[in-house]
Design a protein around this ligand. Sequence first.
Ligand SMILES: Cc1cc2nc3c(=O)[nH]c(=O)nc-3n(C[C@H](O)[C@H](O)[C@H](O)COP(=O)(O)OP(=O)(O)OC[C@H]3O[C@@H](n4cnc5c(N)ncnc54)[C@H](O)[C@@H]3O)c2cc1C
Ligand code: FES
Length: 272
Amino acid sequence: MLNPYIPKLARIIKIADQTPDVKLFTLEFADRKDRAEFSFTHGQFVMAGLLNFGEAAFEICSSAIKTKTFDLAVGRIGDLTEKLHQLKTKAVMTIRGPFGNGLAEKFYQNKELLLVGGGRGLIVMRSFILDYLAGALPAKKVNVFYGCLDEKNLLFKNEYKIWRKKFGLDICLNKPEKSWLGQRGVITVLFNDKQDFTDTVALIVGPPVMYKFVIEELQKRGLKDEDIFVSLERRMYCGIGVCQHCAIGPYYVCKDGPVFSWAQIKGIPGAI
Ligand SMILES: Cc1cc2nc3c(=O)[nH]c(=O)nc-3n(C[C@H](O)[C@H](O)[C@H](O)COP(=O)(O)OP(=O)(O)OC[C@H]3O[C@@H](n4cnc5c(N)ncnc54)[C@H](O)[C@@H]3O)c2cc1C
Ligand code: FES
């Protein structure tokens, strides 16, 4: 049996600045066999890091059907991510995973998929979006609601033009410049009474404070708890349900999540 603690090595082949604090790394496994075997479900994560330094959880934010290379968007937060931000192309990262449960296609097959991302929550959404654009996501339609602090923190800005050709992308900024012509305020301003959420499944990812209010908006519009999904962030060490660091109620976020339906976790104190 393969030892899940032994990382694979992946070489950085491209680095793109997204915001002052977020870089998008495109990686390729050094070993041809690892490249061939790599596959994941939208919403799954990897433990990525540096040899003899450490690792942390990062969402795979590229296409799940084109896996010769894969993307990680890394926000600079602490020691590890500071080090990762100093890397140049050709440098090597350690990768374990993919781990956990993403959002399986059976939950949104032939339904509308509403992706509600706050701040860095849009990172999770990008793999769904890219595969929807490629005609490889079985959702009937995709809509994206994105709430962000200001224009300079908007992620994947250079992709919006292409995204908007195929689906609705509604953005609101919390603290925009005067020149911003779009919506202002917190993400719930993007909901209005004209929207029809019949036959819709929603995935919410963002800062914890956002979840309760977005869930309320969705419930008001008739979404059942089984059709509302959230992706949770907890500090992770093993990533495989052994160390217990990411426990919430009866679940481990790394193994049973990070994507949970609201029906699964609504009764667990402190889950969101
Ligand atoms: C399933 C999952 C997926 C994730 N996906 C991504 C991703 O795609 N991109 C990404 O940039 N990050 C992602 N994260 C968060 C990332 O794993 C952490 O930010 C990680 O701890 C950073 O390591 P560090 O050593 O740089 O900072 P640390 O030393 O771990 O943290 C520095 C300080 O920041 C605080 N902190 C850590 N994480 C956060 C946070 N998310 N929000 C606010 N404060 C925080 C810590 O409490 C600490 O005080 C994900 C986390 C999980 C659990
Ligand atoms: S990170 Fe170890 S149990 Fe989840």
